[in-house]
Design a protein around this ligand. Sequence first.
Ligand code: AMP
Ligand code: MG
Length: 409
Amino acid sequence: MLSVSEAEATIFNLVSPLDNQQDTEIVDLLAADSRILASAVTSQMHFPYWDNSAMDGYAVRYADVQQATQQQPAILEIVEEIPAGYQPQSTIEPGQAARIFTGAVMPAGADTVVMQENTQQQENRVLILTAPQKPQEFVRQRAAYYQAGTQLLPPGIMLNGAEIAVLATAQCTQVSVYRRPRVAIFSTGNELVPPEKPLQPGQIVDSNQYALAALVRQSGAEPLMLGIVPDEPTALEKAIAYAVSNADIVISSGGVSVGDYDYVEQIIESLKGKIHIQAVAMKPGKPLTVATFRNQVIYFGLPGNPASALVTFWRFVQPTIKKVSGLVDSWQPKFIKAFTRQELRSDGKRETYFWGKLYLQNGIYEFQLAGGSQSSGNLINLAQTNALAAMSVGQTFISSGEEVQVLLN
Ligand code: AMP
Ligand code: MG
């Protein structure tokens, strides 16, 4: 049986990002948020586009004003008024200035802006009462923040508000992003019924498919819902074959234990899938199956118990989806150190995951264990959790107030 870290390394090595040429689509900038940029963006425009004023004040020649004081102000003739959005017409000659406003284009000849608080206007003249600290003061230089032709944004980043602003500034209104990975999802089990059907004695509602669809979407992928498949080899073979040829990633839940009705692994093998993982030393989530098919599709056979299915999704499938989606950094699981508010106990035989909520309290992370049973069959207390505390193999007890590793979901 593989350890969690061995399983993780195996899985992450099996998958590569979508193709940055073929697996892309063009989207409008307004529809681009949370998408992953597929190719580097370069602009032919500098930023700032042109020298402009950082203040409301007067555009001057530094040499004219460098000695100015309250007692001996420099007196300049105002030759133009330059609001933002206006192209200056005149060149500032010695002894001259232009009235200028924030963001407005610097006129030729001027090299410095004096803020209006340090001036006094008298009709068509301005008195400069304080010398600037240095030439160029309060001028935002053309190309100071970005030079045309260099890389503006690298591929493989997620487009959020700031990146969208940068693209808008570069007048890039259509963006090439990775298509969303397609993730086929189905549930296996003769006992399962969809939530809209009345329950017969012994039946169980298929909650996993709904949970997994939501989590897949939140991870940036597109779920392909294949429904409930009975524990029958022929039906399973049909479902798995269809899933593998129509998705980048396949997630099934149930049917991967050692019970008489657990057929998933034998069907994967009959379809020429290669099984890399059959069990992982973790709790919950031991009966995890991971396989690949010749077309590079990765198959996750998650355990059927709801908590096991979700914990193995958060631990292994979520980062896999993010890696496949084209993200270069930040697809990896995020662990942080937190102080547990409750004591945590394990038999120490397998890496053990506890679900709960992470709080940021006075600048310190604290982990609040979900109340109720931490049983793999319980899904009720998974609601409103956002984190998993992990206890490593051999560790049997963490007292309250001690540090614990926490995975952010
Ligand atoms: P299995 O891994 O197939 O042995 O399933 C273990 C247990 O998990 C089953 O007895 C069900 O109680 C539960 N289970 C399996 N599949 C689902 C599902 N899709 N939704 C909710 N519970 C499930
Ligand atoms: Mg089953």
